[in-house]
Design a binder for this molecule. Sequence first.
Ligand code: SF4
Length: 350
Amino acid sequence: MTTLRTPAQLCDHGLAPPDQRAALDAVAGRYAVALPQALADLIDPNDPHDPIARQFVPDAAELVTQLEELADPIGDDAHTPVEGIVHRYPDRVLLKLTPICAVYCRFCFRREMVGPEKGKALSAAAFERALDYIRSRPEIWEVILTGGDPLVLSPRRLRDVMKRLAAIDHVKVLRVHTRVPVAEPAKVTADLVRAIKVKGKPTYLALHINHPRELTQAARAACARLADAGIPLLGQSVLLAGVNDTPQLLAELMRALVECRIKPYYLHHGDLAPGTAHLRTDITTGQDLMRALRGRLSGLCQPAYVLDIPGGHGKSPIGPNYLTPAGPNGSAHYMVEDFNGGRRRYPPAG
Ligand code: SF4
């Protein structure tokens, strides 16, 4: 087995129910499917609620689109001044080089844009126009290579892209968003690591990981190759119903990330992508989980719980609030909640 790409292959390997085949074919006709061996091996075919399968094996529920769900839930299109660029915040841009991913997540916020049928790789001419856009805007401090998954590109192509970006004086930081170290850890070769590391400009790597089981020995070794090369690693996780929405699992995930030298960065609330309602939690659940983490785990293990506001208005932190004003309006007195849920006066009464 290498990568499974059709419901027929998933059924043949016992990873999808054959009696659902027609519905799953309809799902695959709408949204890309790819399940590489490293992730397929993690699925327990006897567990109908397997958290790895929930993330990557298509489900008939994806055919149901809710009224509030949107084809472009975080509003990339509204902020695309030239092909391949999303410029939402003043000091940074996204650069989308390819619509291809190593694995297609069933909850993907770009599911209408990723996959071999959905888009095309940025052409050489479009890449030059994207570079011109970045060059002509000195306020762009950071360039973020994102999905599809930039690490599916060859090391040679990546090296060229990174060098060209690093040569722009005002671009000080490069960032790459990827799922490759968990989806295809063998792809993280010394050549690939060298390709994303450029002289004089730091490259941060943001890894998308949602369940501790994804951090296999091979994935951990791939992360170690990146960390040993001096590449700072950040963790991005999506809060998903039936995957990581318990305090125990989320705690295990955050600790596993830190043990792999990956600093938890964001815990994303599930986006309103079409056909993903069965994987979304509500915001109150997310806030309760964040409270549970705050009480139990080291500060290193605390991500920011964020919501991408539909329509392209950017991310906002939506974690629980620990501070409430106390006393008359305008006074600098507060009640602050401690990690046990106790309420303390600040400043303390004299
Ligand atoms: S790897 Fe990222 S871009 Fe690709 S399908 Fe998963 S969430 Fe979407």
